[in-house]
Write a protein that binds this ligand. Structure first.
Ligand code: ASP
Ligand code: MG
Length: 401
């Protein structure tokens, strides 16, 4: 098999951990596989590099910042190559440029355009272990670019897609994707498999295991992913695939997102174009609106409530207030003591009743639902922030208990 392995910064923090990871890579190689390992920078190196740059120039150009930040990953691959050389196996480290990773020119958040895999193939043909610096590429001006924080995941998936690898294994400090955050739900179970779409929902809901962009890319190029722990590399993790065997699973996970705020516009005119006015205004400010609730018109007025990411709250409120006359609302009410709890599952489409089961669990726990939204694979409710953890436990218990 051709296996791409990705190791995050915490798995590479010091010499001892690098040796440990070298051991994982070596074992895989000795099993007869072709191995490409994509590495992040050690520990907090990326933050430290950034701080060093900002110390000298708080307005440092993004080009130079990328050149600086890419050093962390260059260090990792060279160090890892030395550790593998010490074991006595053939190995070569490559920068993003050497690995042929061409990006656009958006420094600090570049997108991969294409990968010329020639060099990696040549090295694999020579039976070398190939180490690729994650997070970086080069653009058409031959400058170093970086892919945005957490970008090594994306590098790994892109390399796997370019090489048509059999699997892309992401080693982190968690051993897989769970049915809920084990810190909130101690009896959460590790999932054997999950679909790309479920993973995307879970990631954006805060199950921070894989970079969303990397999952999107894996889905697009059909790269099977696996999330597993570098501390227990022999225990299978969670596979992320197009279709899972567990179709009967209605719900794969229950998550909570505290990073939301609710805005209500009270006393809007009940006539066509009002909602369009509100949301096109917010769209212009690049605000992503999530759950929307509109009341039935009464006395020719209506209310619209919606949720946004908490960090967009100020932008929203300012924009709406500025346009109060034009939009014609009487009152604007804001709440940031809310939380979104969601059940995610690809099997929902074919299993009616998931929403009902979830609402029942919440009602039995005495938790009030403020807003509801559903999609093909997700049911979300807005609850009081203080109820959020209890809500996750109640819903998780109902589906998995
Ligand atoms: N080292 C980079 C970061 O910390 C990239 C990565 O870790 O994926 O964001
Ligand atoms: Mg890092």
């Amino acid at each position: 098999m051709l296996i791409v392995q990705k190791f995050g910064g915490s798995s590479l923090a010091d010499a001892q951990r690098i040796r440990h990871v070298a051991g994982i890579i070596a074992d895989t190689y000795r099993q007869g596989h072709s191995v490409v390992a994509v590495l992040s920078a050690q520990g907090d190196t990326t933050d430290e590099l950034e701080a060093k740059g900002l110390e000298l120039n708080p307005r440092a150009s993004r080009r130079e910042m990328d050149a600086l930040m890419a050093c962390g990953e260059n260090m990792s691959v060279a160090l890892m190559a030395m550790a593998i050389e010490a074991i006595g196996l053939p190995v070569i480290s490559l920068t993003g440029r050497q690995a042929g990773i061409l990006t656009d020119s958006n420094y600090a958040s570049a997108r991969i355009k294409s990968i010329d895999a020639e060099r990696m193939r040549t090295e694999l043909d020579k039976h070398s272990i190939v180490l690729v610096a994650g997070f970086q590429g080069y653009n058409r001006y031959d400058d170093i670019t970086t892919l945005g924080r957490g970008g090594s995941n994306t590098s790994a998936v892109a390399v796997a897609a370019a090489l048509k690898a059999d699997i892309c294994r992401n080693y982190t400090d968690v051993d897989g994707v769970y049915t809920a955050d084990p810190r909130i739900v101690p009896n959460a179970k590790k999932l054997d498999e999950i679909t790309y779409d479920e993973m995307l929902e879970l990631a954006s809901l805060g199950a921070n295991v894989l970079h969303n962009r990397s999952v999107e890319m894996a889905k697009r190029f059909n790269v099977p992913l696996e999330v597993l722990s570098s501390f227990t590399p022999d225990i299978p993790g969670t596979k992320v695939l197009e279709v899972t065997k567990m179709e009967k699973m209605q719900v794969s996970g229950v998550t909570r997102d505290n990073n939301v705020a609710r805005i209500s516009l009270v006393g809007l005119a009940d006539r066509p174009g009002v909602a369009a006015g509100v949301f096109s205004l917010l769209a212009k400010e690049k605000v992503n609106v999530d759950i929307i609730l509109q009341s039935i018109g009464r006395d020719e007025t209506k209310d619209i409530s919606f949720t946004v990411a908490r960090k967009m709250l100020d932008t929203c409120v300012n924009t709406l207030r500025e346009h109060q006359k034009q939009l014609g609302f009487v009152d604007l009410i804001v709440s940031d003591s809310v939380s979104k709890v969601s059940s995610v599952g690809a099997g929902m489409v074919n299993n009616p009743g998931v929403a009902a089961t979830m609402f029942e669990a919440l009602s039995d726990a005495g938790i009030n639902i403020q807003m509801i939204s559903t999609s093909e694979i997700k049911v979300s409710v807005l609850v009081d922030k203080d109820d959020a953890d209890r809500a996750v436990r109640a819903v998780h218990d109902r589906f998995f208990g």
